[in-house]
Unconditional design. Structure first.
Length: 202
């Protein structure tokens, strides 16, 4: 079964997700994912392709997100377009009720959900909860988009950055600032005199 509407794409019903699977294909905007300008600036809606499988109320999700994000280069401070394409993998389990928990995980090889010892296996980072008969995919997708951001965004690996004196973008050409003369290492060492303290013994 394939669904393309945005509302159904981000909020699929469990009754529509069977063991045979449900495919979701469409586009989502930053607003629909709850992304702010501090999170990510999208050049256009993200293309989303997801496959979901429901096994005894435990939903396994895999898919791909593609699009373009506008980032600021940390060297030259100029905006650049960063092509975005990454895979998504997550699982959804019912919101736990009060009382002892018996978490399960999906074993795709066996095609069923199995009880897992809570002490032997911690809840993974890509596991989410749902309530009722509907999934909320927007928070999960938003999280994946934010985590896809590089630690040091660069417009290119060989970005020359800005001149430390005049601030000119050196990718656009050299500036007119005089080059600072290099101080020979031996002169620096020669100028460092050891400190002496206390009186010398006779």
């Amino acid at each position: 079964m394939q669904v393309g509407a945005t509302m159904e794409l981000l909020k699929p019903l469990l009754t529509d997700i069977t063991a045979d699977g449900l495919s979701l294909v469409g586009e989502v905007t930053a607003e629909e994912l709850g992304l702010t300008e501090d999170d990510a600036v999208l050049r256009s809606p993200l293309a989303v392709s997801l496959d979901l499988t429901n096994i005894e109320g435990l939903v396994a999700l895999t898919g791909v997100l593609e699009g373009t994000i506008v980032r600021d280069c940390v060297r030259c401070l100029k905006e650049y377009e960063d092509p975005l394409a990454f895979s998504v993998r997550a699982s959804f389990i019912p919101e736990p009720k009060s009382g002892p928990r018996h978490p399960k995980r999906i074993d795709p090889r066996k095609g069923r959900a199995e009880v897992v010892d809570a002490e032997s296996e911690e809840e993974s980072d890509d596991q989410y909860h749902y309530q009722g008969n509907q999934l909320e995919l927007a928070p999960m997708l938003r999280e994946h988009v934010i985590l896809s951001a590089p630690m040091q965004p660069l417009c290119s690996d060989d970005c020359l950055g800005l001149c430390a004196q005049c601030g000119k973008n050196l990718n656009e050409g050299p500036c007119q600032c005089p080059e600072e003369p290099l101080i020979p290492t031996f002169r620096v060492v020669q100028g460092m005199k050891p400190k002496t303290g206390g009186s010398s013994r006779s």
